[in-house]
Design a binder for this molecule. Structure first.
Ligand code: PGA
Length: 251
């Protein structure tokens, strides 16, 4: 399968920052970026509330913007949700779907297929679907089975795919925020399998598979120049502008 040359490096700010800290981090990123010439795509996922202001700050830079979630349905009576329509208006070109924290704390497993369908049917936004196994699943040798199941469920309602761009983030649940990233050999097996499943079931090669889970300055290089690893998704390490841009530039 063809190697994707341009990598996608994502900062997932989660709910780690309040509004003013998000704005200040966006400003720092703009400064760090000025001194860098990254060939890679850099994508920031702030919380919903700071999206608009962060978009203004990063306007005229090459940083891309996305959201950490979206509503499963189009505009309507869904209190507390944020619509795909609004996200498009504020320059979001990507949206994260099915992060393990959403699956765990917000019962998202049941909404992921509808969220994917909403994105594919009603926008040109690129979905970043997160998949990953728990520690118990890994230990009992179920990783590939779980990943395959998560992929099948996520795409079960998305029928209008054509040749749409798709991003899959392999994020082992046990690796997220634990300080312990996956072994490279294990990551390669999973990434290769994800590409095979997507190709077999969706007939598209327009997919990037990223790794996420405790990526930091000390370990990111092991994932570099690997055929099946098309980028990184970072949580904790994305909260320091200089470190994040350094990883993004060197990957
Ligand atoms: P982490 O988070 O880099 O802090 O482990 C990654 C993620 O959950 O996206």
């Amino acid at each position: 399968m063809k190697k994707v040359e341009k990598k996608l490096i994502i900062a997932n700010w989660k709910m780690s920052l309040n509004y003013s800290d998000s704005i200040s981090l966006a400003k720092k990123l703009k400064i760090s970026l000025k001194k860098s010439k990254s060939k890679n795509d850099i994508l920031i996922l702030p919380d919903f509330l700071s999206l608009v202001r962060v978009a203004e700050i990063l306007k005229n830079t090459k940083i891309l913007l996305g959201s950490q979630d979206l509503a499963p349905f189009s505009l309507g009576a869904y209190s507390g949700e944020v619509s795909l329509e609004s996200l498009q208006e504020v320059s979001c070109s990507y949206v994260l779907i099915g992060h393990s924290e959403r699956r765990k704390y917000f019962n998202d497993n049941f909404l992921i297929a509808d969220k994917m369908k909403n994105v594919f049917d009603n926008s040109n936004i690129v979905p970043i679907l997160c998949v990953g196994e728990t520690w118990a699943e890994k230990k009992s040798g179920k990783t590939l089975k779980i990943i395959e199941q998560q992929l099948k469920t996520a795409f079960s309602k998305a029928l209008k795919l054509k040749n749409r761009q798709i991003v899959i983030a392999y994020e082992p649940v046990w690796a997220i925020g634990s300080g312990k990233a996956v072994e490279l050999d294990d990551a390669i097996i999973v990434h290769k399998k994800i590409k095979e499943i997507i190709f077999k079931n969706l007939k598209t090669k327009n997919v990037q598979v990223l790794y996420g889970g405790s990526v930091n300055l000390e370990n990111y290089e092991k994932f570099k120049n690997q055929e099946y690893i098309d980028g990184l998704l970072m949580g904790g390490s994305s909260l320091n502008a200089n470190n994040f841009i350094k990883i993004a530039n060197n990957f």
